[in-house]
Design a binder for this molecule. Structure first.
Ligand code: FEO
Length: 177
């Protein structure tokens, strides 16, 4: 059974993951309008992943006998000045998410909740990947500078991203009961 404190922290994290989805979808809309369809695709798939992250936490709350709470999701910024700014903001956001996830991990340890700790470790690992992905793209943009032709090259690369369910094994386990 989840403690009230962890129930609240996990519910807030569901909200934060949904906000991430909202944020990246807004960034995707900016990229689409700016003509970068591939970057828009990458961000839109990122938004879908964030929704999956949120749903999985929601499921964990229920699995543990908790009660998810649903709070307002704030509106994300919708205007950006450049693709570089978008990805710098993706990285800054992911760093803030990492801090939130680390807090939940610490809370799980404090409360001696091994199930919650084991659960949140997936997110600890995921955040390393999330920050790295953003950093790698920012590094490429730094090399490209203001060369629009090269940014279009990045756009073509990011057009190749496809959605993969982050929790295929868990989904199969659930089906098997
Ligand atoms: Fe849900 Fe971008 O981490």
């Amino acid at each position: 059974m989840l403690s009230e404190t962890l129930n609240r922290a996990l519910s807030e994290q569901v909200n934060a993951e949904y906000y991430s989805a909202y944020l990246y979808q807004a960034m995707s809309a900016y990229a689409d309008r700016a003509g970068f369809k591939g970057i828009a695709n990458w961000l839109s798939i990122q938004a879908k992943e964030e929704m999956a992250h949120g749903v999985r936490i929601y499921e964990h709350i229920l699995e543990r006998g908790g009660s998810p709470s649903f709070n307002d999701i704030k509106a994300p910024p919708s205007s950006y000045n450049s693709v570089r700014e978008v990805f710098e903001k993706v990285l800054a956001h992911e760093i803030s998410v990492t801090a939130r996830i680390n807090q939940i991990a610490s809370l799980s340890v404090q409360e001696n909740d091994h199930a919650a700790y084991n659960f949140i470790l997936w997110y600890v690992k995921e955040q390393v990947e999330e920050e790295k992905n953003a950093k790698d793209i920012i590094a490429k943009i730094a090399i490209m500078g203001d060369n629009t032709g090269l940014i279009y090259h990045l756009d073509m690369e990011l057009a190749g991203r496809t959605f993969t369910d982050p929790f295929p094994v868990e989904a199969a386990d659930t089906t098997a009961g």
